[in-house]
Design a protein around this ligand. Structure first.
Ligand code: NAD
Length: 235
């Protein structure tokens, strides 16, 4: 294979699973215990805001108990060592990529460690709990803060930048994602249309397996570092 000049990587819940963060769609995943319509839609938030605040407050406080694993570390190493264009896009709302050292990173579904004011649109770093009585530090209004997380039916963040990078990339790597949630599940087709080589690294074949030139199946903490070493060695 030619050494790539521009890489886009997409990560999903599977890369954080071995750090102890629950995935969504696996047998014991979050959606087997909670109805996504209650906690991951604007309608659910309007119906019962405190339930939604509690759900994300628990996940935010849980970040203190998890650490990045070898797969997160390998992607940060790749970013540091790779000489071409590089973009890491994550669907994850945890902060494990940045804690591992990733910088050229887009959280397309938002971040647990931020709150968004639905009144003025400001985003703030938020490490404690949010509730219906939280005050926005920008507009000072009470009762409009929500987790800065993209819910079903909402538009993911920074799609123009992501699509621009996909059109330019010559290697696209999808890691730890089931390929069920659009638009992320469609990135592989955009990269293919742009002429990129496409690789899947996942525990099992994803929904889009047939769209990848190569698939390596196994635990992210093992297959991602191996893949990165191989890539940096020019393989
Ligand atoms: P998903 O739960 O649908 O799929 C996870 C995938 O990871 C599965 O295909 C599974 O086989 C694979 N996997 C599980 N353990 C793995 C391991 N050790 N190594 C490699 N692969 C492994 O999650 P998704 O595709 O990311 O779904 C997208 C949605 O889920 C997004 O909206 C995202 O925001 C949300 N989500 C985020 C987090 C997080 O922030 N860590 C966690 C769960 C879900």
């Amino acid at each position: 294979m030619h050494r790539p000049a521009s890489i886009v990587l997409l990560t999903g819940a599977g890369i954080s699973a071995e750090s102890g963060v629950d995935t969504f769609r696996d047998k014991d995943g979050i959606w087997s215990k909670v109805d996504y319509r209650d906690v991951a839609t604007p309608e659910g938030f309007a119906r019962d805001p405190e339930l939604v605040h509690d759900f994300y407050n628990q996940r935010r406080s849980g970040l203190a108990e998890v650490v990045p694993n070898a797969a997160h570390a390998a992607l940060a190493r790749l970013e540091r060592s790779f000489r071409g264009r590089f973009l890491l896009v994550t669907q994850n709302i945890d902060d494990l990529h940045e804690r591992a050292g990733s910088r050229r990173l887009i959280h397309m579904h938002g971040e647990l460690t931020k709150a968004l004011c639905a009144k003025c649109g400001a985003r703030h770093e938020w490490h404690g709990a949010t509730s219906g009585s939280s005050r926005c530090p920008s507009c000072q209004q009470v009762g409009h803060l929500r987790p800065d997380v993209v819910w079903f039916g909402e538009m993911p963040y920074r799609m123009d930048e992501i699509e621009g990078a996909l059109w330019q990339c010559d290697l696209f790597v999808s890691i730890g994602t089931s390929g069920n949630v659009y638009p992320a599940a469609g990135f592989v087709e955009m990269a293919r249309d742009a002429g990129a080589r496409t690789v899947e690294l996942n525990l099992e074949p994803s929904s889009g397996r047939g769209l990848f030139d190569q698939a390596i199946h196994g635990r992210a903490s093992e297959i991602v570092p191996e893949f990165v070493e191989h890539l940096l060695a020019g393989g």
